[in-house]
Design a protein around this ligand. Structure first.
Ligand SMILES: [Zn+2]
Length: 335
């Protein structure tokens, strides 16, 4: 059996993440490949990894990490899931009851493990390590130091930058209406290259479902009032199953687009018209201070490691729901 590649025992630095992406693709070249889907403000690659056993027009799922800079756990989880799922696929093994091989044969899994590489670099190495330092140095940091950074290297919070139709009413709390470490939506919708990379990638593909990983509160944001009705209960059905299997608390349907608008998951629901889930991977911590990276294996992995497989299975169900009727119709007309 092949050894695992991703080491999440402590801080997972950028060069290690990028090296591991290469190494994983080399090790599992028949099922895993990498595509550059965009470039960050500072010119770093935004990579997507596709885990597929081949075949055309299969249901597919997108899993994303690292939209918020300081949320290291979300990046670690995506990378470790890729490593484990490839390994288990090859070994024909089940992971906590999930038949990995069978799931990957049925569904293509796409990962963007690190959507905001510049932000993560700031969290790890400080503002001075950014080539945008002169622009960033006067921006307010909400929190003690650079380890609290959430935005990209323009001081824009990517998870408030998406054009989901709520741009004009989306508000920023007092003091976050200009570039800073978090919560500033930007000067225009979809203004950031990282935002556009995710939008383009979704538009080029046909994901039946999307999950985006974040870090605070051990809960799930699964619906908003602008799109909830469109899914005719399918989103809640998936949410309730998730709730039964995992530790993530079910929240209420987000009601006010002034405060929920312009997030990636909101955009995905509104524009791609498919269910989108946001999972908060770790317990809430006061003031946004993150738990130490060394706690990932204890605090996150045991609970979250099969969530990617769970969403892949649900993507297949959503796919059938969407196309089932079309296929039935096609079969009828063929006869
Ligand atoms: Zn977040």
């Amino acid at each position: 059996m092949k050894k695992f590649i991703v080491d999440t025992s402590d801080t997972y630095f950028l060069d290690e993440i990028y090296n591991n992406m290469e190494k994983l693709c080399e090790n599992y070249s028949d099922i895993l490949n990498k595509k550059i889907v965009g470039e960050s403000v500072e010119g770093r690659d935004i990579n997507a990894l596709k885990l597929s056993s081949g075949g055309k027009n299969k249901p597919s799922v997108l899993l994303t990490g690292g939209i918020h800079a300081r949320e290291d756990f979300s990046v670690m989880l995506c990378m470790k899931m890729i490593d484990y799922y490839c390994n288990y696929y090859k070994g024909g093994k089940t992971l906590n009851g999930f038949d990995v091989k069978n799931i990957i044969e049925k569904t293509d899994m796409y990962f963007v493990p690190l959507a905001n590489p510049d932000g993560l670099n700031i969290v790890h190495r400080g503002l001075k390590s950014s080539i945008n330092y002169n622009k960033l140095k006067n921006m307010k940091i909400w929190g003690k130091d650079h380890t609290y950074w959430k935005a990209n290297a323009n001081g824009i919070d990517l998870n408030k930058n998406f054009d989901d139709g709520n741009w004009d009413i989306r508000t920023c709390t007092q003091g976050t209406d200009l570039p800073c470490s978090e919560k500033f939506k930007g000067f225009a919708p979809n203004s950031e290259p990282e935002t556009r990379a995710l939008i383009n990638y979704c538009s080029e593909n046909n994901f039946a479902l999307m999950a985006t990983y974040h870090c605070s509160g051990n809960c799930t944001f699964w619906a908003d009032s602008g799109t909830h009705e469109m899914f005719k209960g399918l989103d809640e059905k998936i949410m309730d199953e998730l709730n039964k299997k995992y530790i993530y608390r079910k929240t209420k349907v987000s009601q006010d687009p002034k405060t929920y608008g312009c997030g990636f998951e909101n955009w995905f629901r509104a524009r791609m018209k498919r269910p989108g889930f946001c999972i908060e991977l770790s317990p809430f911590s006061e003031g946004g201070k993150q738990h130490p990276d060394s706690m990932f294996d204890r605090l996150v992995w045991p609970y979250a490691k099969t969530t990617g497989l769970f969403f892949a299975e649900k993507a297949a169900e959503v796919h059938n729901e969407i196309y089932g009727n079309i296929e039935k119709y096609a079969a009828l007309t063929r006869n």
